[in-house]
Design a protein around this ligand. Sequence first.
Ligand code: NAP
Length: 435
Amino acid sequence: MRHIAVVGTGPAGYYSAEAAQKLFGEDVSIDMIDRLPVPYGLIRFGVAPDHQSIKNVARRYEKVALSDNVRFVGNLTIGEDISIDELTDLYDAVILATGAPEDRALPIPGAELSGVLGSAAFVGWYNGHPDHNEVDPPLDGTHVVVIGNGNVALDVARILSKTPDEFAGSDIVLHAYEQLESANTEHVALLGRRGPHQIAMTPKELGELGRLERAAPRVDPNDLPEEGADALLEPGMRKSVTFLREFAAIPESFRADKSIEIDFDFFAAPVRIEGDGKVEQVVVERTELDADLRSQGTGETYTIPASMVVTCIGYQTPPIEGVPFEHGRGRFANDEGRIMPGLYCVGWAKRGPTGTIGTNRPDGYAVVDLIAEDIGEGAGKTGRAGLDALLVERNVDVVTFRDWKKIEEAEADRAREGSPREKFIEIEEMIAARS
Ligand code: NAP
């Protein structure tokens, strides 16, 4: 019997478990460990609450979770309740699928001012992540600056712009729904340090900005390259740029009915955030692209008002004591997923924060091939029985998948009309809902 522990129960974790089941059949026992009492990581806490169809992939993970040789062990923190060394002693293979839940820091003066939030905090706040319940975004001001030109920046701009009606069918948590309802946002500036051909926004997500009830996007036609140059782009990117061209052509009469403007500010790198105790404005430097398409400052600066700033410039994986880490890239040091024989990583913890949910599937399958090479038939480790003995000894109260199903049911029961669930946002509430 091979014993595998997967740390983290988001997409990368479940695809790895699925792959291990496929390859090893009944000769594997898999424990899926999460520090939270609820599974699915990014699906629950990262995917936007108004993108419910993307969240349906959790049904596939549930199938894996419900099979006999897979078990969910929630509310168990590596580094607190149990160390990595203890885990690698108990299991033939430990797979770190811990994602990249922390913000990359924006290295400019003023980034520490009150009212400057990272996307992990802001997204975690509207998605009910227990780590970010206390975030109190200053939504009473009119001007929000969103830094970054990726899909997270789009999520943030869209969530800030939607009317309460547009959240119908979503699972945005009540505190965020209510605070957004009374927000005073009039202007969302999306700062991109490069140009329209360098955005990291996918067409479906970008297109949504053009169909909002009370908000309209604005693109300065002068920022767009010659239309002929779009032919050189790969098809997805070309489609995204076509949306930007459509936004640039929106007539002023259409904007007249809209109370929020989402302004694409290209070739704009933030150099300083200013304010007296809290954010008031962002100093931005005009940029141009060098021969390698990197942004270079031109020396020309200007100032934009900001009552709140959300940085959406990527994420990083938190290091775990004793596990080699690549600090520059914010991920575990690994060779194609192998950290060392017996210890592996997948998903964002392996690659850094890029790619879609589906990108994690091949990662999971590839790492299980490495594991098969390294561990053979297994080394007679104790696996789940050993973990259970240790948990009893340490009096750790873990949450099972059956418990999760009760929590899930309780969240569905208390949902607002039309919503699939009202998430519990405190760990204690989640744990209490299982009984
Ligand atoms: P991302 O796609 O890597 O975009 C990060 C953006 O931040 C880039 O535009 C980057 O510009 C900019 N940036 C980085 N450092 C900066 C700095 N110091 N100053 C100014 N700008 C800076 O990251 P993300 O938006 O966090 O998304 C993470 C992953 O999740 C992506 O793969 C994304 O597609 C995925 N995702 C998908 C969906 C969806 O499919 N619906 C939703 C959300 C996220 P440069 O290009 O110039 O570096």
